[in-house]
Ligand binder design. Structure first.
Ligand SMILES: Cc1cc2nc3c(=O)[nH]c(=O)nc-3n(C[C@H](O)[C@H](O)[C@H](O)COP(=O)(O)OP(=O)(O)OC[C@H]3O[C@@H](n4cnc5c(N)ncnc54)[C@H](O)[C@@H]3O)c2cc1C
Length: 385
């Protein structure tokens, strides 16, 4: 039986695994990416595709480490989107090059100081009333708005841009609960193994006795969707607290219908919660802050999903960097945010400290794997009554 000794095997083809895989292949590493469901399953296809500038995490007018760290990521993503980065995302689609922060005056004061200080180093500015986009000007919104130079990406096209050039080395694993057994069965002895399987990482680490000092957290969400959306909108609608009432991104179904995908406060509830709670929260928030937006005749759907990340020191807080838990040559990883995928790939490279072999193993004896469908194409839509 042929023995395979690739440089790196990565388990889990979400954004973390895909970014690292594409980057390492481009550098000449012999890498194999294993996926159990479909490319992009889990959090990545469920994400809103926002490459954060950090401003959303500095609403209170203070820059924390998360805001700072995220702000440094944008240049890496935009270079990749131009085809000039460490990975090539030139085939990926940008849904919007910017977003709006629609804010109540009360939350605004400290933030405006921060925006004017340029502390986050981004193209962020307040939009004068006379220059508001027509949709917002006619929505009945009463606060102030900030323009944020934050791209929102079409995730299915990002997945394809990352996977397609090296698709021959992305294969299906049929025993996801036992990846080490899978490698042994197929006589694959990688120099380094990276786990980017979100929730399954911790289970595998525990099974292998690699979990000493490992702590993760799951934050449940019940994301909302409505269609047909009245027009494309990419905005965080902030009410009287520093948490958005709703973060809105716009996507298109296979049939060409516009969908508003709704995160933020409206979605922060248990996955098992009654979907009506989400619809009600969105209706209430819209009626209060953007009363002229007519959503009386839309269809609704929800998506229950956990955000999985390394545990931060403080309950419920988001860690300010990716998490890597290493046990010898085995690395269990959580990017924390899609935006942080480049940083995770870079830190892993430093940790692994191996040179690319420039070899390219032939993985055609393992089954091929397809791309995931979008939540809006898979959803069960209802009238929301
Ligand atoms: C609703 C929502 C919205 C978000 N919006 C944003 C946003 O706008 N911007 C942002 O920066 N971040 C956002 N995030 C966070 C971001 O999506 C995640 O941090 C990121 O996608 C995690 O990527 P991942 O590759 O680690 O995990 P995942 O995307 O969950 O991918 C894990 C992959 O591994 C596979 N897998 C699991 N176990 C195994 C196994 N044993 N063997 C083989 N394969 C396995 C899964 O099938 C899956 O394909 C959002 C998250 C959620 C939930």
């Amino acid at each position: 039986m042929t023995k395979y000794t690739p440089d790196i095997v990565i388990v889990g083809a979400g954004i973390a695994g895909l970014w690292a895989f594409h980057r390492y292949k481009a550098l000449g590493y012999d890498a194999l990416l294993l996926e159990s469901q479909a490319i992009g399953s889990g959090q990545t296809i469920a994400s809103q595709g926002i490459v954060h500038s950090g401003l959303k995490y500095a609403f209170a007018g203070k820059i924390n480490k998360l805001a700072q760290g995220i702000s440094a990521m944008q240049d890496l993503w935009t270079a990749a989107l131009r085809g000039e980065g460490e990975v090539d995302l030139s085939a990926a689609k940008t849904l919007s090059t910017s977003q709006y922060l629609m804010m109540n005056n009360k939350v605004m004061g400290e933030l405006i100081k921060l925006v004017t200080s340029q502390a986050l180093g981004n193209n962020v500015h307040e939009v004068a009333r006379k220059d508001w986009p027509e949709e917002i000007a006619t929505s009945g919104f009463k606060g102030r708005i900030i323009f944020m130079d934050e791209p929102v990406l079409d995730i299915p096209s990002v997945l394809r841009a990352l996977a397609e050039p090296y698709k021959d080395s992305i294969r299906k694993i049929d025993t996801p609960d036992d990846p080490f057994g899978f490698l042994k069965t197929h006589n694959i002895e990688p120099k380094q193994i990276i786990f980017t399987g979100a929730a399954s990482n911790a289970q595998i680490a525990a099974k292998e006795g690699h979990d000493h000092g490992l702590h993760t957290q799951a934050r449940p969400l019940l994301m909302g969707m409505l269609k047909p959306a009245p027009y494309p909108l990419f905005a965080h609608l902030v009410g009287h607290t520093d948490k958005p009432v709703a973060s809105i991104t716009t996507h298109t179904t296979r049939d060409g219908e516009l969908v508003w995908y709704l995160g933020g406060g409206a979605a922060e509830r248990k996955k098992e919660a009654n979907p009506q709670e989400v619809y009600k929260a969105v209706r209430k928030g819209f009626a209060k802050y953007i009363p002229n937006v007519d959503i009386s005749n839309v269809r609704w759907a929800t998506l229950p999903i956990d955000r999985i990340e390394g545990k931060s020191g403080i309950d419920g807080w988001i860690p300010d960097t990716p998490t890597i838990h290493s046990h010898g040559n085995v690395h269990y990883c959580w990017p924390t945010k899609l935006t942080f995928a480049p940083l995770l790939a870079e830190r892993l490279l430093e940790k692994m400290d191996i040179q690319p072999s420039k070899a390219q193993s032939d993985w055609s004896f393992l089954p091929d794997i397809d791309y995931v469908e979008t939540p809006w194409d898979e959803a069960q839509w209802t009238d929301g009554d």
